[in-house]
Ligand binder design. Structure first.
Ligand SMILES: [Fe+2]
Ligand SMILES: [Fe+2]
Length: 139
């Protein structure tokens, strides 16, 4: 079986041109890539708990880092951005709850959620602060 290995690899199109945040986004992509690979080989259920724990950790380190920079430089859509982060954190907690409750389909639903997050948050909302923060000397 051939498994798609490049779908969730880091590329320049994800870059916000701020070293620490790019590193954290690379970590996020690595998590999504791992879940995708596990699903492709029928191992989704086996990695779900560890994936969810790493997503909790990601949210605890990455969101405050972004929010601190946006707050410091008075990024205009800070509140909307924070609301998206809060929603991510709540949904990951809900996925963990469903996982502990033994609910079916958690790995696949989680994968769809992460793909959407990548497309709608990292590639849109996060990219929106790139030039604003770069213009204020944040790299
Ligand atoms: Fe963000
Ligand atoms: Fe981000």
């Amino acid at each position: 079986m051939t498994v798609e290995t490049s779908a969730f690899r880091w590329s320049d199109r994800y870059s916000v041109n701020i070293a620490e945040l790019d590193r954290q986004h690379q970590g996020f992509l690595a998590i999504v890539h791992e879940l995708n690979q596990a699903l492709a080989t029928g191992e989704g259920a086996a990695v779900t708990h560890s994936i969810l724990q790493r997503l909790v950790e990601y949210a605890h380190t990455h969101f405050p880092a972004e929010e601190a920079l946006m707050t410091e430089h008075k990024f205009p859509t800070l509140l909307t951005h924070c609301a998206e982060h809060d929603r991510f954190t709540r949904l990951v907690a809900k996925f963990l709850e469903d996982y502990y409750a033994g609910k079916a389909g958690v790995p696949v639903s989680l994968m769809l959620f992460l793909q959407t997050w990548l497309k709608e948050h990292i590639l849109v909302s996060d990219k929106a602060y790139r030039s604003f923060l770069n213009a204020r000397g944040v790299y």
